[in-house]
Design a protein around this ligand. Structure first.
Ligand code: ADE
Length: 265
């Protein structure tokens, strides 16, 4: 008979299954632009969540659905409330990633989007890359150690089996809040050894590392940064076609992920 006063010896609680003990079931895809997001929404027949998990009044949109064994949420930061354009860039992407992880507790984050590519590093328009490393190129703090904080180098979650099976190119990504590139940005991008340049990746990597959620990055090249065409023009010209290629790549990645453990990617 247990002593009446011995209340501390309760039955041990059954351990909660951890994400690494079961196949991936809950995925969040973060996509910054509506043009990039809608083909993916349509492909997986996702629907807008009528009860947004996000604070009232923010433009962030969650599309949701199930596909095979996966519960998929696609998060789009929405339109800027004042200007009506897509909320691209590091601030919005970090905020939505944080809020989505808090609300949805995903097993895996996928950031998919378009990017500029360096032809000197082998990139061509339409190429799809899986990112190995993310860093910033526009956070210059020339004080010891703060300089490294500014660059913010982080590794993406490694997916050797996915890369091999889908025969995808792997490259480093450099992130900044501008579509164009100053000479100082260019020097930093070269120092980062980056092949692709976007406006969200390293910010999302910062949040996913803080909250310990594995993150993978799928980037499709719309424009050649070291080419002779004006970036904005080339980007807009290629956006629709490259977005279709990105959508197909995301489908292949999702099909590969379905039924697998995080450790099998
Ligand atoms: N997204 C597409 N092209 C880009 C570029 N050149 N720079 C940053 N983000 C991009």
């Amino acid at each position: 008979m247990s002593a009446l006063g011995d209340q501390s010896q309760e039955e041990p609680m059954a351990a909660q299954p951890q994400p690494q003990d079961r196949p991936i079931s809950n995925i969040v895809i973060v996509i910054a632009m509506q043009t990039e997001a809608l083909p993916v929404v349509n492909r997986f027949q996702l629907t807008e969540d009528p009860q947004s998990p996000f604070p009232q009044g923010v433009p962030w949109v969650r599309y949701h659905g199930t596909y095979k064994d996966l519960n998929i949420s696609l998060i789009w930061p929405g339109k800027d409330p004042a200007l009506g354009v897509d909320s691209v860039g590091t601030i919005s992407s970090a905020l939505v990633t944080y809020a989505a992880i808090q609300a949805l507790q995903p097993d895996l984050i996928i950031n998919a989007g378009t990017a500029g590519g360096f032809k000197a590093k082998g990139a061509s328009v339409g190429d799809i890359f899986i990112i190995s490393d993310c860093a910033f190129h526009d956070r210059r703090i020339p004080i010891p150690v703060f300089d490294l904080y500014g660059v913010g180098l982080r590794k993406a979650f490694e997916t050797p089996n996915l890369v091999k099976e889908l025969n995808l190119k792997v490259a480093k990504l450099s992130t900044g809040d501008s579509l164009d590139m100053t000479q100082q940005d260019e020097s930093s991008i070269i120092a980062n050894d980056a092949t692709v340049k976007d406006m969200e990746g390293a910010a999302i990597a910062y949040v996913t590392e803080l909250l310990k959620v594995p993150a993978i990055f799928v980037k499709a090249v719309t424009d050649i940064i070291d080419g002779d065409k004006p970036t904005a023009e080339e980007f807009l010209q290629n956006l629709a076609a490259v977005t279709a290629a990105l959508d197909l790549a995301v489908e292949q990645v999702i099909n590969f992920i379905n039924g697998k453990y995080v450790s099998e990617l």
